[in-house]
Design a protein around this ligand. Structure first.
Ligand code: ADP
Ligand code: ZN
Length: 602
């Protein structure tokens, strides 16, 4: 409190000084419109009592101060004071000659000095405040972290519906925060940084808050964009400040939302604020490297774009644990709806199970929003409970508002997607060189994909053999193949698969020497794009050769397509079973998926 009144005092002083300076500059120019002619008229009329001539040094210019017989004063400037002097003498007017003071000493010396002093005092007290971590005062605290601290979070895992695996994963973090000492004794290593990945509204913040609530530790919340300011160094200073606060309050959770705002891969994005962002990011890394694993601070960060993150933040000892928080499947949506409906009055014509089924692609936030809209509508119509119509109207509103196209998903679309993804997954499982399937899903991803198949992450082989690449191609083509087998027709949904397959096949021919065209490099790494490259390229590869390359690419893709088709046709029943299971559950994990094959062979 004391510090704040100190600030108000400094502020008051600045304002007073400014006002003073303005007043001075105005007051000295008050009689600007008195001219030489006016003076002459007055002199002729015998009205002038005396004048003071202020002559500039060495030149004849100067200012004439006129005092009339009625004691009014005026002044005007002239280019030659000598002329005025002789004129005044001829009129018998009293004259005094002064030298012009060099300049106004107050304005020239004292005021700037004062301003510098004030600025100095201002910054000094600001820094002192930062170090002591006093009461924050928004305007005054540029370098201060903007983090909000919640000390008694009421949010616990009970407030998080669904997300069972994610909660299981985070249980040990809760346990650690409850008693870091236990882990220190055992010499166990707990991650410092956990990266939560998933689209907005899937409950990442909620999860982090719930961990703090479960462990009863303080929760620091800040958004990555709060670090990014116009001024270089501010972000870094905020990071420093945040971690200083966190250390004082450990054990605790520091949650950084939208981490991509600070931790974007260097060189990505265009212009502006590079230095600032890099400094901020470096400071963040320094802080994370600087505290011990068992110090009791867990840094959690959320992003929707792991792909644009600087790899430096994912290194061991930093954000080395990644948890994907995906949009809820049908069961998860039902659980979320039930949770948020608890405090609302639902009419008995509202069927949450049915609502869960029709909201594929909705996130937890969308669902909460939907029920909230319904409640508002009911309240507006002065009804004590929410009815089915409220829900249906809100569904359309929220669905359109969030640009989720999911409410347009027809049974037919869903069936096509289910077979498509099953095709990818089954081939990946059956082909020996392509790894294992982790999840298959027909939940729209928000980035336009109708579904996805995720492989078990494995260490990427340094070298891929030709056969490995061919099998990967088959997996990529598998979605399209399945559509053709089942529907006898194909959809537009496979366009990105086709692009990917073409790229792989093309590389096999032009870069890896895996075709009859031989061990010739027809193309450089296309990581770097620069203008003119394609022109140069056109010269090294003749038209005829280009046609030959295209022919080889097509040959490889056709071969893989046929082989993929044969495999899927041999496993038609599994394809049907897998698609049916997907339609029912929307997302299936590794175990359930692999069980499909056991059941079939047994
Ligand atoms: P994110 O941080 O991933 O963008 P939030 O955690 O901010 O998403 O979620 C926003 C809101 O959506 C939450 O406050 C909560 O009301 C609701 N919500 C999201 N996921 C869930 C969930 N799994 N269970 C219950 N509510 C959820
Ligand atoms: Zn596909």
């Amino acid at each position: 409190m004391k510090r704040q009144s100190g600030y108000s005092f400094v502020f008051l002083l600045i304002i007073l000084l400014l006002a003073g300076a303005i007043w001075v500059s105005f007051s000295t120019k008050r009689d600007n419109n008195y001219s030489r002619d006016d003076f002459q008229h007055a002199a002729e009329a015998g009205d002038v009592a005396s004048i003071v001539i202020e002559q500039n040094k060495e030149v004849p210019t100067g200012t004439i101060h006129v005092t009339t017989k009625s004691f009014s004063t005026y002044r005007f400037s002239v280019t030659d004071v000598r002329e005025i002097e002789s004129y005044a003498r001829s009129k018998g007017i009293a004259i005094r000659v002064d030298n012009v003071p060099e300049s106004n000493w107050f304005l020239m010396y004292v005021l700037p000095g004062l301003v510098v002093l004030i600025i100095f005092v201002f910054f000094y007290s600001m820094m002192a405040n930062n170090q002591s971590g006093g009461v924050s005062n928004r305007m005054m605290n540029f370098g201060k972290s903007r983090a909000q601290m919640v000390t008694d979070s009421k949010t616990t895992f009970a407030n998080v519906a669904g997300l069972r695996e994610e909660k299981d994963d985070l249980d040990e973090v809760v346990d650690f925060l409850k008693d870091p000492g236990k882990y220190t004794e055992m010499g166990a290593r707990i991650p410092k940084g956990i990266l939560l990945e998933g689209m907005p509204g899937t409950g990442k913040t909620l999860l982090a808050k719930a961990i703090a609530g479960e462990a009863k530790v303080p929760f620091f919340f800040i958004s990555g964009s709060d670090f990014v300011e116009m001024f270089v160094g501010v972000g870094a200073s905020r990071v420093r400040d945040l971690f200083a606060d966190a250390k004082k309050n450990s054990p605790c959770i520091v949650f950084i939302d939208e981490i991509d705002a600070v931790a974007r891969r260097r060189g990505a994005g265009m212009g502006g604020g590079h230095d600032e962002r890099e400094q901020t990011l470096n400071q963040l890394l320094v802080e994370m490297d600087g505290f011990e694993e068992n110090e009791g601070i867990i840094v959690m960060a959320a992003t929707n774009r792991v792909d644009i993150l600087d790899p430096a933040i994912l290194r061991p000892g930093r954000f080395d644990r990644k948890i994907t928080v995906s949009a809820p499947d049908v069961q998860g949506r039902e659980a979320i709806l039930k949770l948020h409906a608890e405090k609302k009055h639902l009419g008995d014509d509202v069927d949450l199970k049915e609502l869960a089924r029709t909201t594929a692609g909705f996130t937890g936030a969308d669902l909460e929003n939907l029920l909230n809209e319904a409640a508002i509508k009911a309240a507006r119509e002065k009804r004590a409970y929410i009815n089915d119509e409220d829900v249906r109207k809100s569904f359309i509103k929220v669905g359109i508002g969030t640009e989720k196209r999911s409410h347009l998903i027809t049974e037919r679309d869903r069936k096509i997607t289910a077979y498509h993804e099953s095709g990818h997954a089954i081939l990946m499982h059956l082909l020996p060189l392509t790894g294992s399937v982790y999840t298959v899903s027909v939940i729209p991803t928000g980035e336009g994909a109708a579904g996805y198949m995720m492989p078990v992450p494995d260490n990427d082989d340094q070298h891929q053999t030709k056969e490995q690449l061919r099998q990967r191609l088959m997996v990529t083509l598998g979605g399209r193949v399945a559509e053709e087998i089942i529907f006898g027709d194909v959809s537009t949904g496979a366009s990105s698969d086709i692009k990917k397959a073409t790229k792989v096949a093309r590389s096999m021919v032009t870069r890896f020497g895996m075709s009859p065209l031989g061990l010739i490099c027809y193309e450089d790494d296309d990581n770097e794009v620069f203008i003119g490259r394609d022109l140069a390229h056109a010269k090294t590869t003749s038209e005829a050769k280009a046609a030959e390359i295209d022919e080889e690419v097509k040959h490889i893709i056709d071969g893989c397509y046929q082989e993929a088709k044969r495999i899927l046709e041999e496993n038609l029943q599994i394809l049907h079973n897998c698609a049916a299971l997907l339609i029912e559950k929307e997302r299936i994990g590794r175990e359930e998926f692999e069980a499909l094959f056991v059941a079939e062979t047994a």
